[in-house]
Ligand binder design. Structure first.
Ligand SMILES: Cc1ncc(COP(=O)(O)O)c(C=O)c1O
Length: 447
């Protein structure tokens, strides 16, 4: 006869806010495998903590967005936002599906070139493009999105020196309801600054205006914002055609769609609250219906999504290091991944699940990392079952911004793997080693 497993008793004080709106504690299903590969096997092979990406999810999200766009608009382009996750393997999945690259720095541009992307398939955004960078990218045919007058003048100087007439876009910012304005990037539409910039560009006659661009912001949960933005860009395009005879090649509406994550201030979980791609696409194309031109002259609709394509495809596996009872009675769960690895835990309540079947009564728990700093809280107070040292947790929807914004701090950044659609898996970034970190260091002779 096997001895029954000892289960330590737990006293749980009734507390407000620990249940969902139906008065029930949130149910949790363990996630023992990712796309058919066991979490246990992944950790045994690659270590813990570990980022895991699902190729199937990346492809499915991309195709869903692409196909919905293609249903409603004839000329479309998705430019993968490198800053969201520029690991070669992730970019490769999207480029293989036909995505262009959207970059915001020379480093990201170099990464795209290294991957063999056609320079004419790159949209170059951001407020810093040095004249030396422009000397490189403009003759290669990369479209820069001009952010300010100084950049316009620099691009004109480069065009003159090189004897070229490069295609450029003008980035605009605008007010739309329900989205705090990102007014620092590009030229403001409502004040007339955007039109002034465009007139200046046309009068300069050294650059060819190919597009207009607006990135409203990020994690925008109101599709109506896109309808307004697209309509405003359509009106701008109409004015350019009627007053200046300029036919735009593209209208770029940026990125910003929400993933299925849950913002800290959000009431309903992302799984319920995040609008579907079809609602964003519907809003965008309704806005673009304001375009007044021959259907053959329709500009290409460009999207630069990042978060919504990659976030849900990423998981972080972490291992329980210790159990603690905190002074206020909550359980503390110490895990081997901190906020330096999971930067997005500052603004999301990431969904956390056990990677193995669990027993015992769920109770209020704080999950924190190894940084030895008070800010290192991966998940503040959720109702979670008892875990033992060595058990594994999986944090969901972590694919966006973490493996670019993570910080090397007191430890090595973990390995990143991809699980393929055929069940294969492999490293897409190995765990850091001491040499990766101390390599660039010097100690001057005089010290
Ligand atoms: C210009 C530009 N385009 C696209 C994106 C991607 O945004 P998101 O990840 O919210 O889709 C960003 C991110 O800030 C951006 O700055």
């Amino acid at each position: 006869m096997t001895k029954p497993l000892y289960e330590r008793p737990t006293l749980v004080r009734h507390q407000m806010g620990m249940m969902n709106k139906f008065g029930r504690a949130q149910a949790m299903q363990p996630l023992e495998s990712i796309d058919g590969v066991s979490v246990d096997e992944l950790v045994k092979t690659y270590g813990s903590p570990l980022f895991v990406f699902s190729e199937a999810d990346l492809v499915a999200r991309y195709r869903e967005l692409h196909d919905l766009l293609a249903l409603r608009y004839r000329k479309i382009r998705i430019a993968w936002s490198y800053k969201t996750n520029y690991l070669d393997a992730i970019c490769k999945v999207f480029h293989r599906e036909g995505a262009y690259a959207e970059v915001v720095s020379e480093f990201e541009y170099d990464k795209a070139m290294r991957m063999g992307i056609d320079p004419t398939h790159v949209h170059f955004n951001g407020p810093l493009k040095s004249e030396a960078t422009l000397e490189r990218v403009l003759p290669a045919g990369t479209v820069i999105h001009i952010d300010h007058f100084d950049e316009m003048a620099a691009a004109e100087r480069v065009a003159e020196r090189q004897g070229i007439r490069p295609k450029v876009a003008v980035r605009v910012n605008m007010a739309v309801e329900s989205v705090p304005p990102w007014s620092r990037f590009g030229f403001n539409l409502e004040s007339g600054q955007a039109m002034e910039a465009i007139r200046r560009l046309i009068a300069g006659d050294k650059l060819e205006l190919a597009g207009v661009h607006c990135h409203l912001g990020t994690f925008i949960t109101d599709p109506a914002a896109y309808k307004q933005a697209a309509a405003k860009l359509a009106h701008l395009a109409n004015t350019l055609r009627s007053e200046h005879g300029v036919l735009l090649e593209f209208i770029d509406v940026g990125g910003g769609f929400a993933s299925h994550n849950t913002l800290k201030a959000q009431y309903l979980p992302g799984e319920q609250a995040t609008p579907s791609f079809s609602r964003y696409v519907e809003a965008l194309t309704e806005g673009l219906s304001q375009l007044d031109c021959d259907p053959r002259d329709l500009p290409t609709l460009v999207l630069e999504n990042g978060r919504a394509l990659v976030d849900d495809a990423g998981y972080l596996v972490s291992t329980v290091v210790a159990n603690k009872r905190l002074r206020d009675g909550r359980r503390g769960l110490v895990v081997d991944a901190g906020v330096n690895t999971l930067f997005t835990s500052f603004w999301y309540n990431h969904d956390v699940v056990s990677a193995q079947p669990f027993r015992g009564i769920p109770e209020p728990t704080v999950i924190y990392g190894p940084l030895c700093m008070n800010i290192d809280v991966v998940r503040d107070t959720l109702v979670f079952p008892a875990m033992s040292v060595g058990d594994r947790l999986v944090l969901k929807n972590v694919g966006a911004y973490n493996v670019t914004q993570w910080m090397q701090f007191i430890t090595y950044r973990p390995a990143v793997v991809m699980v393929g659609r055929d069940g294969k898996h492999g490293l897409i970034r190995r765990r850091e080693q001491l040499e990766d970190i101390v390599g660039p260091e010097e100690v001057p002779d005089w010290l």
